[in-house]
Design a protein. Structure first.
Lengths: 298, 408
């Protein structure tokens, strides 16, 4: 069987399995980040370009909690999303809320600008070469899968990301709160007429989307170096994921996130130089054939 | 004296006539050093504000008793050759006498052309490419602290000698990565080693290197050569540890690694890595005293060989200007650089160093091994010196560089 795979693909089977698995791990980050973007876009109609910076803030807050307050990884998993989510609430109340009546473009420019400022501030404060953040002892080590060494921590990332994605999807699709959210997306004025505090719901939704980004940042901290540019590298890909999945589609962003992670992983084997561009090629093809995205409604 | 309208007008006219004159005189008697560097990108800690601080330290130490004043400017080239070229052009046109640092090989080479065209002095400290003293050498340029050839020879050579005779390269897919890979491959082959393969990773924009590391591992080399820099190298090192690649007996050769990168990776992960620099801050009492002075200006970032090089380059430049006089120094970049080459540079950090006709400054290189957390006794105590390559052996021989300045 293994020989068969090797003959068909031209790559040793263990290496291929390894790459698919790694793709899945990267896909977990894509899924979680694009999910936050999709939730925010769905309700606020804002393309949140600050998302990368908020992902980075999540990682930095985890580092600060450890270095300054002695609070480890598990605390960071809870506290960092809350803290960064709160900054999101403040940003939404003070600035973004003023733009809802204007064209998308204004929201995009505002959030892009805020992202650049946040990044600049962190770079001035912490420099560019990054800060070390260790894998928590409970999750260090690796499983020998035969075809590769699978770090326990990466397994944890995939599982926790899947759980978070699924939970978010359930909340939005299956609960009363989710029903309000979806209704407000369709017709905010009507929902408000029924006595639901729509502005507050919008604020909290933005905060929740930001918290998801921050959670991604905490999960990423032990893998990548915690540095001010870490969000920039990831966010452009994540935007492509959102466009491919269909703007605002929750399920679309989850499935596309994991799927594109695998496609990218395989490209790294067959044509490494193209691995940074393959997602954008797919995006171009999808936009040409299905402008609303794979799971979007036109 | 009666104050008439005429006398007031005359006075005003005289004042307007004199003001530019005195400004021009001040200009003629001010030497300007422009530190062109990465203030906001991935190489900020390796160069950036600490390069500026080190240059200012040199100026402060040089003092004001030489009959001219010194001004230090700085600018961010954002690692973009076009941005860097524009600033360099503007600076030279506005009377900047020396451009210093310029990391990122593509920008470093672009500024090299402009200095040549404008006949102005240029000390490159931050770029790695050995082409600055090879095919693209210029009479206006000195390459101050290190280059790809010397990194390849020191780190690459040491790995092969230690038994690492089969290599796989993970290479940043741009000019610098290619040059470093090429130079290192040459040393590995010359020492009887084998190249099992390489993978070119997109730059910038790659943060997950685990796929590439597993491909490297599958080729079963003894050494994985990292021909990249900054955050890319840091991520490679972290992820190689995570996937148990280094535990499996494969060694990592970080071909360009600075002490600042190690601070970011953390000793637990970086311990045992081999790298090469020409300066280590705690080498002796003099380097330690100097470092304490610089760190006052940039408390979170300790100086590496580039920062030390900016200090030493600025100091040698200022001494030479004092020697030949400001008007002569401003007249011709080629003459100024020739005078700088004619005598060895001398300072507390590097001692005496000759500067070759092709612009290569010769200095010893240190093969360094990263300490384990237990061995480290204080902040930024990261290296053990494993080996020293003397100045006359560390760099590419003059005849092999194909520099037009020295060809017959």
């Amino acid at each position: 069987m293994l020989e068969l795979i090797e003959t068909i693909t031209g790559v040793p089977a263990p290496l291929l399995f390894g790459q698919v698995l790694l793709g899945l791990i990267n896909g977990a980050f894509y899924a979680m980040l694009s999910l936050g973007l999709a939730v925010i876009f769905g309700l606020l109609n804002i393309i949140n370009f600050t998302h990368g910076a908020q992902f980075m803030m999540g990682a930095f807050v985890a580092w600060m909690l450890l270095a300054w307050a002695g609070l480890g990884y598990w605390w960071a998993l809870i506290l960092a999303p809350l803290i960064v989510g709160f900054t999101g609430v403040v940003i939404e109340r003070l600035m973004i809320s003023r733009l809802y009546k204007l064209d998308h473009l204004y929201g995009l420019l505002l959030t892009f600008g805020i992202g650049l400022i946040i990044e600049g501030v962190f770079r001035n404060q912490f420099g560019s070469s990054g800060l070390p953040y260790r894998i928590p002892p409970e999750l260090s080590g690796a499983w020998d899968l035969g075809f590769m060494f699978m770090p326990v921590y990466r397994g944890w990332v995939v599982i926790s990301s899947l759980v978070v994605c699924l939970a978010t999807w359930l909340v939005i699709e299956k609960t009363r709160l989710g029903a309000y959210l979806r209704a407000a997306t369709e017709n905010a004025a009507l929902v408000q007429a029924f006595g639901v505090n729509v502005p507050r719901m919008i604020t909290l939704t933005y905060g929740a989307g930001v918290a998801l980004a921050a959670l991604g940042g905490v999960l990423a901290a032990p893998i990548y170096s915690v540095n001010p540019q870490m969000g920039t590298n990831l966010i452009i890909v994540v935007f492509a994921v959102v466009v491919i999945g269909g703007m605002g589609s929750i399920l679309g962003s989850i499935i596309t996130g994991f799927g594109l992670g695998i496609v990218e992983g395989l490209t790294k084997v067959y044509w490494p130089e193209a691995s940074a561009t393959v997602i954008f090629v797919i995006m171009a093809i999808v936009l040409l054939t299905r402008p609303a995205g794979l799971f979007g409604r036109a | 004296m009666e104050l008439t309208r005429r006398s007031v007008l005359a006075g005003a006219a005289a004042a307007t006539a004199i003001a530019p004159l005195s400004r021009a005189r001040a200009q003629a008697n001010t030497i300007k050093i422009g530190v062109l560097t990465d203030m906001s990108g991935t190489y900020r800690d390796n160069t950036g504000p600490t390069s500026v601080a080190a240059t200012r330290e040199a100026v402060a130490e040089f003092g004001t008793s030489h009959g001219f004043t010194v001004e230090v400017l700085d600018a961010d080239h954002q690692n973009k050759p076009d941005v860097g070229s524009n600033i360099a052009r503007q600076w030279y046109d506005q009377g900047v006498d020396l451009i210093l640092d310029v990391p990122t090989s593509s920008v470093g080479l672009a500024v090299n052309q402009i200095a040549k065209e404008k006949n102005k002095a240029y000390i490159n400290v931050g770029s790695a490419t050995a082409d600055l003293t090879g095919a693209q050498c210029a009479a206006t340029t000195i390459h101050w602290a290190y280059d790809t050839y010397m990194l390849a020879k020191s780190t690459g050579g040491a790995m092969v000698r230690a038994g690492g005779d089969s290599w796989y390269f993970i290479t940043a897919d741009y000019a610098f990565g290619h040059a470093l890979e090429r130079d290192t491959m040459a040393f590995v082959r010359a020492a009887g080693g084998r190249i099992l393969g390489n993978v070119r990773t997109p730059f910038p924009g790659t943060s997950d290197f685990s796929s590439f590391l597993l491909q490297a591992q599958a080729a079963r080399p003894k050494v994985i050569g990292l021909a990249n820099a900054g955050g890319d190298t840091a991520n490679c090192v972290k992820q190689a540890a995570e996937f148990g690649i280094t535990r499996g007996g494969i060694k990592l050769a970080a071909l360009l690694l600075f002490i600042n990168d190690i601070n970011g990776i953390g000793l637990q992960t970086a311990k045992g890595l081999i790298c090469t620099e020409t300066f280590y801050w705690t080498m002796n009492d003099k380097t330690r005293a100097w470092t304490q002075r610089v760190v006052r200006r940039t408390p979170t970032n300790y100086p590496n060989m580039i920062h030390a090089g900016c200090y030493s380059g600025a100091l040698h430049f200022l001494k030479t200007v004092a020697d030949m006089g400001v008007p002569a120094a401003k007249a011709s970049g080629v003459d100024l650089v020739n005078r700088m080459k004619a005598r060895p540079s001398e300072d507390d950090l590097f001692g005496r160093c000759e500067i070759r006709a092709d612009g290569r400054r010769l200095l010893p290189s240190y093969l360094l091994e990263v300490k384990s957390p237990e061995e480290s006794t204080g902040p930024w105590d990261y290296y053990k010196v494993a080996q020293t390559t003397p100045a006359n052996e560390a760099f590419r021989p003059l005849a092999e560089g194909n520099c037009p300045l020295v060809r017959g």
